[in-house]
Design a binder for this molecule. Structure first.
Ligand code: GLA
Length: 383
C-alpha cells in the first residue's frame, strides 16, 4: 500500500475522553446478545449492535490455545470503555506509542516509563500478554542519538553504545512482562540494492546495526521472542527483500525468532494468497510469524477522501475478508498472535491525515464501542 510516512509520525492517534462506554441494559440488551450469538453459529451478518462488553462472547476465549488476540493501546484509553473491552475481549496488548524510543527516552538517560508502566500494570492485572514495540525505528529515534556531547555528529561507537544502553534499560524494566519484542521496525526498502533503508542507522552504523540490536536484546532477556517487524510483507518485492535480510541474520547466527507482519491493509488488497505466501516464506525458515498491526481500511488508498462504495457494502466486505484472513492465519501453526492496531473506529491512526476528511472504520468495534459485523466474523472464523 501507498506509504504515508510524512504525516503519520510521531502519530499519537488517541483523543482521550471520546471513548465513554455506551449505557445499555435490560431486555433490549439480552435480545441483542441472543441475536448475535445466533448469528455466530448461523453464518449470517450481524451489524454493529449495542451490547455490554462483559456480555459479549470473547475473542480471546474463542482463540485460546491457538492464537493470542491483541490490540494496541494508549494509556489514556485504559480508564475508559476501551480498557474494559481490552480486558474482556483480548489476551494481549501492545503500547501504540509509549515504548517508542522518542517517548520512553526523550533525552539521553531520562527515561519516561510512566505511560508504558500504566499499560504493563494493566496487562498484569488482567492477565494479558504484552508485546514490546519497538526498540529501534528510525523515525522515532530521538535526535540526541545522533549528536555527541559537543553537538557534532555522533560516531558509530557512540550510537551503538547508546543503542545497547537503551535496549538494556527498556528490556530490563519489562523483563518477565513482555514476552516478545519488535527489535527493529521497518528497516526494509525495496529500492535499495541491499534491501535496507538508507536511514540514519544505516548511514551512521552500517548494515550490521540490526545484528547488534538483536544481540543486545537477546543478552538483555534470553527468554524474550525477538521479531523483525515490517509493513507490506505481502507485496512480492518487499517479501523478497525481507526474506533476504532475514536469511542473512540467520546465517550470521543472529538471535531472530520471528517475523512481525504489520498487515495494515484495505478491503481491496492484498490477496489472501499473497498473505499466505508471506507467512509461508518464514514458516519454511523455521521462524514464528505474528500479525502485529492488523487493520483494514475501507479506502482504496491511505490518502483517499472518498469511498468507492457505500459504507455498508464496504463494512460487509470487511467482515467477509476478516473472516477469510483469520482462516488463512489459522492454517499456519507457526503463527502465534494476531494484534489489531487499535480497538475501536473512534481511535484509529488511519483518520489522522492532516487536512483530509476521512472517516475510516478499520477495526472490530465501532465508534460507540459496539461490535461490528467484523467482530462477529472474526469470532465465527474460530469456530
Ligand atoms: C507503523 C508503526 C506503528 C504505528 C503505525 C501507524 O506501522 O510500526 O508503531 O506508528 O506505523 O502510525
Amino acid at each position: 500500500m501507498e506509504r504515508m510516512s510524512e504525516w503519520r509520525f510521531p502519530g499519537r492517534s488517541v483523543a482521550p475522553g471520546r471513548l465513554d462506554r455506551p449505557q445499555r441494559g435490560g431486555r433490549h440488551f439480552f435480545q441483542l446478545v441472543a441475536f448475535c450469538v445466533f448469528v455466530v453459529f448461523g453464518q449470517s451478518a450481524c451489524a454493529a449492535e449495542s451490547v455490554e462488553s462483559s456480555a459479549l462472547p470473547s475473542l480471546a476465549g474463542a482463540y485460546k490455545g491457538r492464537l493470542k488476540i491483541g490490540a494496541a493501546i494508549e494509556p489514556e484509553q485504559l480508564k475508559t470503555g476501551v480498557g474494559a473491552l481490552l480486558a474482556s475481549q483480548f489476551s494481549s496488548v501492545v503500547a501504540e506509542n509509549a515504548m517508542k524510543a522518542a517517548y520512553i527516552q526523550p533525552r539521553e538517560g531520562e527515561f519516561d516509563f510512566a505511560p508504558a508502566d500504566t499499560i504493563a500494570d494493566f496487562a498484569q492485572k488482567h492477565g494479558l500478554f504484552m508485546r514490546g514495540h519497538t526498540l529501534l525505528w528510525d523515525p522515532l529515534t530521538p535526535d540526541w542519538f545522533w549528536r555527541d556531547s559537543i553537538g557534532k555528529p555522533a560516531s558509530r561507537e557512540v550510537v551503538l553504545a547508546r543503542l545497547k544502553h537503551h535496549i538494556e534499560v527498556v528490556i530490563g524494566r519489562y523483563k518477565q512482562r513482555v514476552y516478545a519484542w519488535d527489535v527493529v521496525n521497518e528497516v526494509i526498502d525495496v529500492r535499495q540494492p541491499n534491501c535496507l533503508r538508507d536511514d540514519r542507522w544505516f548511514r551512521v552504523v552500517g548494515a550490521d546495526y540490526i545484528d547488534f540490536a538483536f544481540r543486545y536484546a537477546h543478552a538483555a532477556d534470553p527468554k524474550a521472542r525477538l521479531f523483525i517487524n515490517d509493513d507490506g510483507t505481502a507485496r512480492p518485492e518487499k517479501l523478497r527483500c525481507l526474506e533476504l535480510v532475514v536469511k542473512g541474520l540467520l546465517a550470521r547466527g543472529v538471535p531472530v525468532h520471528g517475523v512481525g507482519h504489520q498487515m495494515h491493509m484495505s478491503v481491496f488488497e492484498p490477496s489472501l494468497a499473497a498473505v499466505d505466501d508471506a507467512l509461508s516464506v518464514f514458516a519454511r525458515l523455521g521462524l514464528e510469524n505474528e500479525i502485529t498491526e492488523f487493520d483494514m481500511s475501507l479506502y482504496q488508498r491511505y490518502r483517499s477522501e472518498s469511498l468507492s462504495d457505500t459504507p455498508d457494502n464496504l463494512l460487509a466486505k470487511q467482515a467477509e475478508r476478516y473472516q477469510a484472513l483469520m482462516g488463512v492465519f489459522l492454517k499456519h501453526p507457526e503463527l502465534t498472535a494476531v494484534t489489531w492496531w487499535g480497538i475501536s473506529d473512534a481511535d484509529t491512526w488511519l483518520n489522522a491525515v492532516p487536512g483530509r476528511k476521512r472517516s475510516d472504520q478499520p477495526l472490530l468495534f465501532d465508534k460507540q464501542l459496539r461490535p461490528k459485523a467484523s467482530f462477529w466474523s472474526v469470532l465465527r472464523a474460530a469456530q
